[in-house]
Design a protein around this ligand. Structure first.
Ligand SMILES: *[C@@H]1O[C@H](CO)[C@@H](O)[C@H](O)[C@H]1NC(C)=O
Ligand SMILES: *[C@@H]1O[C@H](CO)[C@@H](O)[C@H](O)[C@H]1NC(C)=O
Length: 401
């Protein structure tokens, strides 16, 4: 009897019939979700051995699945070398849930690549949870003491991918940038935490370039370089409810790195707090020819606390005067709105529009700005060069147009 039952169970035709039934009745295939646990592919949750191959094997199964698939990383500490998760996949719904922590397999020298974890040519990938610890401290020491050091790897990158979601992820102590989106479409980042010390060089929080339709919401980014940096070819980027600082603030640029460069347009930064950052909201371009542009930008409802350059456009960037002395930036900046920006500046110049002599900034709109100096004995100032625009209820510093 028992044997008959187990025989029946093993050969139960019901699920197949049910799927077919659902398919024929509703015209949709019944969804099956297969979960691949990295440990069952040989990953070591106590960091005993390198788990790179196990992660790649789990990815390859998930990617090959014709149905939605999920990858699970249980609690523990997993050592990984450079991992490249490549598409295209047979499905467009792979979710990766991480309850553990990922660390580089050795020290920074061992990841001989631009990226530590790279997703490439993927469509429909989400990452939930997890801690990525780049263990960059030894590399920063090398850089801070002026040694000859490798660049270091970006912790997490997405390249030429679309429909990406990252939620509840924590990235700490990256060697180079924390998270990069390059050539991506439809990206949703939410509840992410980025942390690295103030003196860690090049540890940008999130870098976006050649990408469109990207949102970064409800996140906290405390690091040694830009909070969010926005490179050429970015459009429809929305940053909301983000806390930045320490770090270098939110920056569009540096642009005009190349002569032929796509522009940046439709970027909105809203409800952001900058605490003790070097810049607040910045647009920056090299002082040299380029056919790039920046337009339709909104910075709104931003609280500055002891920020060195709360509002700044710098089109004369030319470090060490190499490759650009006495040249004017070709980047055309127009239609930038600054609205409801309040708080304190750590330096006298709270607003600085230092635009290109060849292509002055135009249609800058400043509305409801009130920035005071940290110490009250002097008034903050606004400086404008080659900049035109309008202002209303601009209280402090005194408007320069
Ligand atoms: C910014 O600071 C204000 C006042 O302290 C606070 O209410 C708000 O939640 C903060 N926003 C973020 C995104 O941290
Ligand atoms: C501007 O900010 C200062 C300092 O926070 C404050 O005392 C002042 O009332 C503000 N002015 C207006 C018009 O909001």
């Amino acid at each position: 009897m028992r044997q008959t039952w187990s025989y029946l169970l093993r050969h139960d035709p019901l699920p197949v019939l049910l799927s077919l039934h659902l398919f024929f009745v509703f015209g949709i295939p019944a969804k099956t979700l297969t979960t691949f646990n990295v440990v069952s592919f040989g990953a070591h949750p106590f960091g005993e051995y390198d788990s790179t191959h196990a992660f790649l094997a789990a990815w390859s199964q998930a990617c090959r699945s014709p149905h939605p698939a999920s990858i699970y990383v249980p609690p523990g500490e997993f050592r990984l070398g450079h991992v490249r998760f490549r598409g295209q996949c047979r499905n467009n719904d792979i979710s990766i849930t991480i309850d553990g922590k990922l660390v580089p397999s050795n020290d920074f020298q061992s990841i001989d690549d631009e990226y530590w974890l790279l997703f490439e040519f993927v469509d429909g990938v989400s990452i939930h949870g997890g801690v990525l610890d780049g263990r960059g401290a030894r590399l920063w020491d090398c850089k801070n003491f002026g040694g000859t050091c490798p660049q270091g790897a970006t912790t997490l990158g997405f390249s030429k991918s679309k429909n990406i979601e990252i939620k509840g992820l924590t990235s700490v102590n990256s060697q180079f940038f924390h998270i990069v989106f390059n050539g991506c479409r439809k990206v949703r980042v939410k509840d992410v935490k980025v942390m690295a010390p103030e003196n860690s060089p090049n540890t940008d929080g999130i870098h976006v370039q050649f990408s469109s339709d990207v949102t970064i919401l409800h996140s906290e980014i405390r690091t040694g370089d830009d909070c969010v940096s926005i490179g050429p070819g970015t459009s429809d980027l929305r940053i909301e409810h983000v806390a930045c600082g320490p770090g270098h603030g939110i920056s569009i640029g540096s642009l005009a790195r190349e002569m032929d460069e796509p522009g940046v347009e439709r970027v909105t930064v809203k409800a952001v707090n900058m605490t003790g950052t070097q810049n607040g909201v910045r647009i920056k371009s090299w002082g040299r020819p380029s056919n790039g542009f920046v337009r339709r930008i909104v910075f709104q409802n931003i609280l500055m606390l002891g920020v060195q350059n709360p509002i700044i456009i710098d089109q004369n960037y030319c470090p060490d005067n190499i490759n650009c002395p006495r040249q004017a930036s070709g980047v055309k900046i127009k239609d930038v709105k600054y609205k409801m920006i309040k708080g304190t500046s750590a330096t006298q110049v709270a607003v600085k529009f230092d635009c290109s002599s060849k292509h002055p900034c135009n249609s800058l709109r400043v509305e409801d700005v009130n920035l005071t100096l940290h110490e009250e004995e002097a008034e903050a100032q606004a400086l404008c060069k080659n900049a035109a625009g309008t202002s209303s209820s601009w209280v402090r510093p005194q408007s320069c147009f």
